[in-house]
Design a protein around this ligand. Structure first.
Ligand code: ATP
Length: 610
């Protein structure tokens, strides 16, 4: 596939996301002819797409694949200003020449992509008037001349980087949860105001149980005779109350009590009492039924009540649900994954599949602690991994005060993940082998000792197959289009992509393909040293191990699945690389170096750029 073809495919994907009649009619044929384009809004230089300017066209829809524009590596300008585009901000890790990015006045949601931190040519970044949340990444590119994130739902302290502090407050206004300078809102006062609201956030929005309990409180406040006529509206309002938080619920209850009292004065007492008694009984039963958390081992030491009382915070939204972190009263911190888009499983099937996942035990697998099942709500409960996920460890904080991700730590992660996947592949307890299916760096977590814990395994058993095919990494292998099935070998492919990410510090493209093509080319054309992440390439004595791992990664990424090694062979190979690194370290302690390269690293820095 040529570069032009890849660019063509990327723009076509963009066109399909928008479904706009103008673009549908106009964007056909080839996108660039030398220095110009006949495509509306597209600019080309030397046959490459360098600008996309599609302001105010009423474009709607969402761009599902965050790396849709990854093939446009010469793109310098992107403006989608003043449209109706929804969904998350794209990942621009591969658009390193971007100088001007204007996505303002749309309906974009989610956090500001950290990939923007890597754009060191970025001069203009306009994200105002969207629905973005999360914190502002610590932008500090000296190139940045114009910046605006006003009128979103951003939260937290405005980073104190020189560049972000150089813009005036109009760049930040209209974000109620934002604090710090230059908007002169103290973060402490904002935090204490938020603390009160934070309690129960998880349960309040999610669980049927809670609003049933809230109903009870409401019942006590109202007289028995008021119930029947009001039961319908009450339920809706109770949910609304719950969402707004306990404080507001109290206020609303009083208002409701008054208005209901007025409206039912003429009601027939007897009819009301009968219907209410039945209704209460049903609700008690429902509450009993729905409040049960099932633990894979023992009683877990907490129940749904503890969960609902905990303060919870959103960790992020994945392909099959959202994750919340909840701090229990006893000090434990757990993660609740709220599943969506599931297969239509009966309760028994759901429990059977989840029990199978819960029975898996390996030091490098994030264990499933328990689950919650109700027809409307399915939750999985895990321990919280304090060091976050591998994606952030590799890519986050570049250029700022980041703690270097050492080669030895990367290798330890590579070994841990390989062992976990091998365990999944060899698991004799399973009726058939369930491949991981979605092995990617955000699904590798790091605990307090930096031990890799693979998560999100086996979700293939729970999620709707059509959505799995769209969203899971294993479905993006070269063979999937022909064979239409995922296998152990697709996990091997994903593992190869993960190794490449660890070694190069770059994210794989949407199909995992770009990164692997790029590395192959690099190796073929003998600029291999350049492919290594600079953060580790400074460690000269380890470079051989890095290249060995690179070779292994490339063999895992062989286009033909038969040519890829089995996971057992992969484990042996990575362990051999790790062992020889450790042997070198112990026989040559005097030459062990500071991997951060901060003290004497420069004298040992290899020339890896030709
Ligand atoms: N047990 C955990 N401890 C710490 N962080 C977690 C835990 N489980 C998930 N996360 C983090 O929460 C966020 C959301 O996770 P989730 O599994 O919902 O989506 P994802 O992994 O980003 O995407 P996908 O499900 O599509 O692979 C991710 O950043 C993930 O790393």
């Amino acid at each position: 596939e040529t570069v032009a073809q890849r660019e063509h495919d990327a723009l076509t994907a963009l066109k399909l996301s928008f479904g706009n009649p103008l673009l549908s009619a106009n964007w056909s044929g080839s996108q660039c002819s030398t220095n110009r384009s006949t495509w509306f809004g597209i600019g080309c230089t030397d046959n490459r797409v360098t600008s996309i300017a599609l302001q105010g066209l009423g474009l709607s829809g969402r761009i599902d694949d965050p790396l849709t524009l990854a093939p446009l590596t010469e793109l310098a300008l992107l403006s989608l200003r003043n449209n109706l585009i929804s969904g998350p901000v794209l990942n621009f890790s591969f658009n390193l020449k971007l100088a001007s990015l204007d996505l303002s006045k749309n309906s974009l949601t989610g956090p500001i992509s950290d990939s923007l931190l890597r754009l060191d040519k970025l001069e203009l970044l306009q994200l105002s008037d969207n629905k973005l949340n999360g914190s502002i990444p610590p932008f500090n590119q000296t190139s940045l001349k114009a910046f605006n994130v006003s009128n979103n739902n951003l939260t937290g302290e405005i980073p104190t980087t020189t560049i972000l502090q150089s813009f005036n407050q109009s760049s930040y206004l209209g974000n109620p949860g934002l604090c710090g300078e230059p908007i002169s809102i103290s973060c402490q006062s904002l935090e204490s105001a938020n603390d009160n609201n934070a309690k129960n956030r998880l349960g309040l929005s999610s669980l049927n149980y809670l609003f049933i309990v809230a109903d009870f409180v409401l019942f006590l406040a109202l007289s028995w005779s008021l119930f029947a006529l009001y039961s319908k509206t009450r339920e809706c309002k109770a949910i609304a109350n719950v969402r707004k938080g306990a404080g507001e619920a109290d206020k609303n209850r009083d208002v409701e009590a008054n208005s209901v009292q007025n409206s039912i004065q003429d009601s027939v007492q007897e009819r009301v009492q009968n219907s209410m008694q039945i209704s209460i009984q049903r609700r008690v039963e429902a509450a009993e039924e729905t409040r049960k958390l099932t633990f894979m081992k023992g009683d877990g030491g907490f129940d749904l009540d503890n969960l609902l009382k905990s303060s919870a915070e959103g960790l992020g939204k994945g392909s099959f649900g959202s994750c919340y972190k909840a701090a229990l009263d006893d000090g434990r911190v757990i993660v609740v994954k709220r599943l969506r888009d599931l297969r239509p499983l009966t309760k028994e099937e759901f429990i059977q599949n989840v029990s199978f996942l819960g029975a898996l035990e390996h030091p490098n697998l994030m264990p499933l602690l328990g689950y919650y099942y109700s027809p409307e709500e399915k939750l999985l409960v895990y321990n919280f991994a304090t060091k976050g996920n591998l994606f952030n460890r590799i890519h986050r904080g570049r250029g700022t005060n980041r703690i270097p991700f050492k080669w030895s730590s990367r290798l330890a992660v590579a070994v841990g993940v390989a062992r976990a996947v091998e365990y999944l592949h060899l698991n004799a307890a399973a009726p058939t082998v369930i491949p991981h299916g979605n092995l990617r760096s955000p699904n590798v977590l790091l605990d307090e000792d930096d031990v890799a814990k693979v998560s999100d395994y086996g979700l293939i058993l729970l999620v709707a197959p059509s959505l799995a095919a769209q969203r899971m990494a294993a479905y993006r292998t070269p063979e999937y289009d022909q064979q239409r099935k995922v296998s152990k070998m697709s996990d091997v492919w994903s593992y190869g992509c993960l190794l490449l990410e660890l070694l190069t510090g770059r994210s794989p493209g949407p199909k995992g393909v770009e990164l692997h093509h790029w590395v192959h080319r690099a190796v073929r054309e003998e600029w291999t040293g350049e492919v290594l992440d600079r953060e580790i390439a400074t460690q000269r004595e380890a470079v051989k191990g890095m290249f060995d791992l690179l070779k292994l990664a490339l063999s895992c990424c062989e286009a033909s699945p038969e040519k890829r090694p089995q996971m057992g062979e992969v484990v042996t190979a990575v362990e051999t690389i790790k062992n020889s690194m450790e042997e070198n370290d112990s026989t040559d302690r005097s030459s062990s170096m500071d991997e951060s390269g901060s003290s004497n690293g420069s004298s040992r820095t290899i020339r890896y750029i030709r």
